[in-house]
Design a binder for this molecule. Structure first.
Ligand SMILES: [Zn+2]
Length: 279
């Protein structure tokens, strides 16, 4: 009976080796290894503070295997709604086992302050938002990445920005709309290396899948950006200072939008991030 799995990734070409296992070299017959090794991986032996070296290597190997599909979807501008089956398809068995364990880490162990957004079915009526044109620092127009919103949210967004245009002669564009929970999982894996492979640290900056309002069509979030490309991501005060933001504070509620993370709340202030509550 195996009580503990040691994840070495190097010993015998397979990924998981049971502790105390005497079979630890590639010379051992495969049948003996099959008896000894348990290929299932449990989420609770992933170190949340810092991934083991083998798990770090596994994350990079998963990202490497995902790269072609990610590139393809990026070119097609459909990356934002990639599905879990698309992520699992290019992976080998060990990668799949790891990703499954990773994706099923109990979020309550991550001390997430944000409310859980029950993972909804893929919204059938996503509107594709193309050709949003912003101005670069030297005044040159450029087209932003295609974004997606559920239809009802898109209609309210259009009504709201029409009213804003009438009131103050300005508008806001969509920097980020719908992002599937699978895309969120990919983003989380991708950004781990920026936070020394600490899941607990990364989750302060990247929402855990199922905890992002961008992935919940029933409380759909939009990150706004103004025509000059000011999105607040580098400096929230820059977005906060916008006339467009002040207009939102006063009028967005009328169109069903609410500021998700106001100043002085439990979460970091995000003046650009508004969710659709419905009217
Ligand atoms: Zn957001």
């Amino acid at each position: 009976m195996l009580t503990k799995l040691v994840y070495t990734g190097i010993v015998c070409g397979c990924i998981i080796v049971c502790s105390g296992c005497t079979i630890s070299s590639p010379e051992q017959p495969a049948s003996a290894m099959a008896n000894c090794h348990d290929f299932s991986r449990k989420p609770d032996n992933i170190n949340l503070d810092k991934l083991s070296n083998a798990d770090q290597a596994m994350v990079e190997s998963v990202l490497g295997s995902l790269e072609p599909i990610i590139q393809k979807r990026r070119q097609q501008q459909t990356l934002a709604w990639i599905q879990f089956e698309d992520l699992y398809a290019p992976l080998d068995e060990n990668q799949r086992i790891f990703l499954k364990a990773f994706a099923t880490i109990n979020p309550y162990q991550l001390n997430i302050d944000m409310p859980y957004q029950p993972i909804q079915n893929f919204p059938p009526d996503l509107v594709k938002i193309e050709s949003q044109t912003l101005l670069s620092a030297n005044g040159q127009p450029y087209i932003t990445q295609t974004q997606f919103l559920p239809k009802n949210v898109y209609i309210s967004y259009i009504n709201m920005t029409n009213a804003m245009q009438q009131d103050i002669g300005k508008t806001l564009y969509i920097a980020s709309g719908y992002r599937s929970p699978a895309y969120q999982l990919y983003l989380f894996l991708f950004y781990l290396k920026n936070h020394e492979y600490s899941i607990l640290e990364t989750r302060r900056f990247v929402a855990w899948p199922g905890f992002s309002e961008h992935g919940n069509p029933l409380r759909q979030a939009i990150d706004f950006v103004n025509e000059q490309g000011i999105d607040g991501q580098e400096n929230a005060a820059e977005f906060e200072a916008l006339e467009e933001y002040r207009w939102l504070l006063e009028h967005a509620g009328r169109f069903g939008f609410e500021l998700s993370y106001p100043k002085g709340g439990k979460m970091a202030f995000e003046p650009w991030h508004w969710r659709y509550q419905g009217q």
